[in-house]
Ligand binder design. Structure first.
Ligand code: FES
Length: 310
């Protein structure tokens, strides 16, 4: 007879042939949320199958309709529709445990187009403005906000033109993700956007000189790797977030510019993905704050346009 192992309950359960996982958990006293009563309409009974997915029945039409609408990945199943075949064990976790989890599931239903957490290969770019706090101290608050909005407006256009997504405004800094809509060109888009950001700042500076007697000089860090992309938030507010070590490393690379007197540093992963079209100066090994070991970084040679490299 097949068995279930339920988390976070840490209970080994029996399941009869043809019995749904929801029926089995309820029969054995698990307080398994099932807001729609097993009609494949709410997704609150969802389980994340950790082991034994092959022992689960294929998604039926009702489950397929809801899981497709919500973009639920293969291992996330509706317990009210899933039965177990053979004699194996299915180990799973129940992510919907309380009222807050139920509200999150309800939000998924209201915004089915939002991504619920996928592992993606992305290029993550961080930028900041050198000596920004000194500049900000010299200007009245209204002018600080005006100048920043003008700067971010210009940068937003550059990012959009290169298929990037601005994930965060962090003070004077930007976090931009490439590869969400155009995965095949994530790195080349990010590199082209970085170059365009420097050009855009050069075009903005005469205005800043004339109006505020200041100029912006930006620094950029870029890394390429896997990250979890999904909508996060609460209380009705959700935003697309990119989470993972790739993001942390990209941020540290941007910070390293300050230490090495550089303006556009990229990781070895970026250089490998970009290929010979990317002109970089000699690489060097550097420690990254909060990261173990040494990391090879390269400075992008902004004097050489990619199409001029042999
Ligand atoms: S109980 Fe609603 S979808 Fe399973």
């Amino acid at each position: 007879m097949a068995q279930l192992y339920a988390l976070p309950d840490e209970r080994l359960l029996t399941i009869a042939p043809g019995e749904t996982i929801l029926a089995a958990t309820l029969r054995q006293g698990i307080d398994h949320v099932h807001a729609c009563g097993g009609q494949a309409k709410c997704s609150t009974c969802r389980i994340h199958v950790l082991d034994g997915l092959v022992n689960c029945s294929p998604r039926n039409a009702s489950e397929l309709a809801l899981t497709t609408r919500l973009h639920l990945p293969e291992p996330v199943r509706l317990a009210c529709q899933t039965t177990v075949t053979g004699s194996g064990t299915v180990r799973f976790a129940r992510p919907v445990l309380d009222r807050l989890d139920m509200e999150l599931a309800a939000q998924d239903l209201q915004h089915p187009d939002q991504q619920l957490g996928q592992l993606k290969q992305v290029a993550v770019l961080f930028s900041d403005i050198a000596d920004y706090t000194v500049l900000a101290d010299q200007l009245p608050p209204y002018d600080v906000v005006h100048v920043l909005n003008r700067y971010f407006g210009v940068m937003s256009e550059v990012v959009a033109a290169h298929h990037g997504y601005i994930s965060d405004f962090i003070g004077d800094g930007l976090m931009v993700v490439f590869g969400l809509s155009h995965p095949a060109t994530a790195v080349t888009d990010a590199l082209a956007a970085g170059r365009a950001m420097f050009r855009a700042v050069a075009q903005l500076n005469p205005y800043l000189q004339q109006m505020y007697r200041c100029a912006f000089h930006i620094r950029i860090g870029l890394h390429y790797g896997e990250a979890v992309v999904g909508h996060i938030g609460g209380n009705g507010f959700r935003k697309l977030a990119t989470i993972g070590d790739t993001v942390n490393v990209a941020s540290r690379i941007e910070s390293a510019n300050k230490e090495y007197g550089t303006t556009f540093l990229v990781s070895e992963a970026v250089v490998a993905a970009a290929g010979p079209a990317l002109a970089v100066r000699q690489g060097f090994l550097a420690p990254l704050k909060g990261k173990l070991g040494m990391h090879r970084l390269y400075e992008v040679d902004l004097a050489v346009e990619p199409d001029k490299v042999e």
